[in-house]
Each structure stands twice: as C-alpha cells, then as structure tokens.
Design a protein around this ligand. Structure first.
Ligand code: NAP
Ligand code: GLV
Length: 333
C-alpha cells in the first residue's frame, strides 16, 4: 500500500486526508499523484489486468473511494465487500459496468468522465469508417505480404463517401462530434435519438429507427448500453439496413447481437463493419476475426494521451471532492 502525503497541487482544489482510495489498474499520467497530493492514501493494482478476487477483497475492504475501469463489474456483491465506500469514479463516460441501483441504495456516489474523450472517440469512429470504406487493412496486408505487383485499375476498390448519408444512433456528445466531421466529407446526416436536438451549425435530420436503417449508407452507433439499447440491432434491424451499408460501433458491443451481425455479414446484408467494442469483450469471435469486410480495434475510442490524462484528472477530482463532503463534478444516476 502506498502511503499518502497531505497537500495540494495546481488543478486539484480539494484534499481528503485520511481517506483511502483503491485504484484497479495502472493509470497514465498524471496517475495517482493527484490523489496522493490531495491527501488520499492509495492502494493500486500494479498489473494492467483485472485484479483477482482476492485482490479486489483486499483493495475494497478499507476503501472510501474506488477508481475503476469499464471492464470492472461493480455489482452489489463488490459493494458489499466495501463497507466504507462513498464514491466510485469510473474511468470512462459509459457506466453500464456499475449497478447504479445498488450504489444508490448504499448512498455511494458514482461518477464518469464526459466531454474530455468526445473528440478522441469521434476521431476513432472516423478512423474505422475510413479504414473500412477504403479497405486500408486489406491494402496494408497486401503490401506487407510482399505480393503487391503495383498499381492496378481493379485493385481493392472501396466506397466513396461524398454525397452519401451518415446515420447516427444516439445523438449526444460523441454522436454529434461524429456528425460534425461528416461535413468535411460531403456527407449528409440523419440521426435517431430519444429526443430531437437542435445543434447550432450542425445540419442533421431526426428520423425514427426505421428511417435510420433504411436511409443510412453508413450507420454509426453512439448511445449508451442500457436495457433499452441492448441488442437494439438484431437480425431484423440488420436485414432492414440499406444494401451496401457500413456499420460502425464505438459505443458498446452489446448494442448489437453479435451472432446476428456475423450472419448478416456472411449473407451480405451489410457490406462491412468497423468495430471498437464487442458483446463479450475482450472475446472476439473467430468468425469475425476471419472476415475481410470487418475492421476490428481493441476498444481504443478514448485512447489518446490527452484524453486519458483529463479522464484521470476528472476521476481524481471527483474522488477527492466526495471524500471531502463536496458534490462530485460529474455524478451519474
Ligand atoms: P451522451 O452524450 O450521453 O450521448 C448518448 C446519446 O444516446 C444521447 O443523445 C441519448 O439521447 C441517446 N440515447 C440514449 N438512449 C437511447 C435510446 N434508447 N435510443 C436512442 N438514443 C438513445 O454520451 P456520449 O458521451 O456521447 O457517449 C456515448 C457512449 O459512447 C457511452 O455511453 C459509451 O458507452 C460509449 N463510448 C465508447 C468509447 C470507446 O472507447 N469506444 C469512448 C467513449 C464513449 P437523449 O440525449 O435524447 O437522452
Ligand atoms: C469508453 O468506452 C468510455 O465509455 O469512456
């Protein structure tokens, strides 16, 4: 266990002397320094893998605060193992890994990291889209294999984006940032969300789910995973997609029924998929791995040094504030 120093540092306006925080993974800069300099005592898992059950028990037993990641399932049992827990800071904007009802009933504050990862994630959605539309993965593989014989009029023809329609499911922070980038590619935007949005300077037409499926040349998913959105894209929805549609998912894997997606790709009901997230993460099915018409990334949406540093900063501030009896900056639930 790391002993904490009391004190303050620029950017951290709170201190929580005597409080203990369990951190479930190594962190990028600024790491645990803000917590320690805010006066917290920090116990941290030193390995970049999930803690064992024994490590969780040891970490949670005396924790007043928890800094966890989106792969950590924080359920009733885990909270019961943490009798002193006051605050859970999730190092992510999505918080479907946390049982909010259990936290509420125990008076535990839950926080996330909105806004600071919006651009990084929107950029990654576009990276997937461009890689898929222009067949970058196949092109790079051909070149690296040593079998490229030079330019050819019929080689690896992709799909142009100009004049096409980008459909967005979940028109919040990231969905809108993805839509904003579409103007530079000459695409028009339609979206399906719970409520219509009026965003200054952003031309986008609200449609129902049916309109979104039938009208999108590219469909990009950006809603949270909830009981409403789980398997929102199953066999019926995938077969209703416009022929030739490209599907991009940087939200949560379980929005899509992955078995149905595999069948739809095999049947050619959609032309390809760019995926950053998976239904049974980190497991990815052999069938998807074997397909040429998919681009697969290991959940990299927010993975820039800049975004991750801000995420760590927000988590640290939320933890210190709640432990000092102040309201969190970004509470959820
Ligand atoms: P956000 O600002 O809350 O936006 C989510 C949007 O989804 C909201 O506009 C919401 O509509 C809409 N929505 C919610 N339920 C819906 C439903 N049943 N049908 C249609 N739309 C629905 O969240 P965000 O910051 O954009 O993040 C979105 C998600 O991206 C996160 O929850 C997370 O799972 C994922 N994410 C992934 C990565 C990655 O590394 N791949 C990185 C960051 C985020 P209303 O506004 O009408 O409520
Ligand atoms: C990443 O997936 C996040 O929700 O921040």
């Amino acid at each position: 266990m790391l002993r904490a120093q009391s004190g303050q540092q620029a950017g951290v306006d709170t201190s929580a002397p005597g409080c203990r925080v369990y951190v479930s993974r190594p962190l990028p800069e600024p790491g645990i320094h803000l917590l320690r300099e805010g006066g917290a005592e920090v116990l941290q898992n030193q390995y970049d893998t999930a803690p064992s059950e024994e490590e969780w028990r040891a970490g949670l037993a005396q924790a007043d605060g928890l800094l966890c990641v989106l792969g950590d399932r924080i359920d009733e049992a885990r909270m019961a193992a943490a009798p002193r827990l006051q605050v859970i800071a999730n190092l992510a904007v999505g918080y479907d890994n946390i049982d909010l009802a259990a936290a509420r009933s125990r008076g535990i504050t839950v926080t996330n990291t909105p806004d600071v990862l919006t651009d990084a994630t929107a950029d990654l959605a576009w990276a997937l889209l461009l890689a898929l539309a222009r067949r970058l993965r196949e092109g790079e593989r051909l070149l690296r294999s040593g079998s490229w014989k030079g330019w050819s009029p019929i080689q690896l023809l992709g799909t142009g984006l100009q004049g096409k329609t980008l459909g967005i499911f979940g028109f919040g922070r990231i969905g809108q940032a993805v839509a904003r980038r579409a103007a530079g590619f000459g695409m028009s935007v339609i979206y399906c969300s719970r409520s219509p949005k009026s965003v200054p300077g952003l031309a986008a037409e609200p449609v129902g789910l049916e309109g979104l499926l039938a009208g999108s040349d590219v469909l990009s998913l950006h809603s949270p995973l909830t009981e409403e959105t789980r398997h929102r894209f199953g066999a019926a929805e995938l077969s209703a997609l416009k022929p030739g549609c490209l599907l991009i998912n940087t939200s949560r894997g379980a929005l899509i029924d992955e078995a149905a997606l595999t069948r739809a790709l095999q049947a050619g009901e959609l032309a390809g998929a760019g995926l950053d997230v998976y239904e049974f993460e980190p497991k990815v099915s052999e069938a998807l791995l074997a397909m040429d018409q998919v681009v697969l990334l290991p959940h990299l949406g927010s993975a820039t040094k800049e975004a991750r540093a801000e995420m760590v900063r927000i988590c640290s501030q939320n933890l210190l504030r709640v432990l000092r009896g102040e309201p969190a900056l970004t509470p959820v639930g």
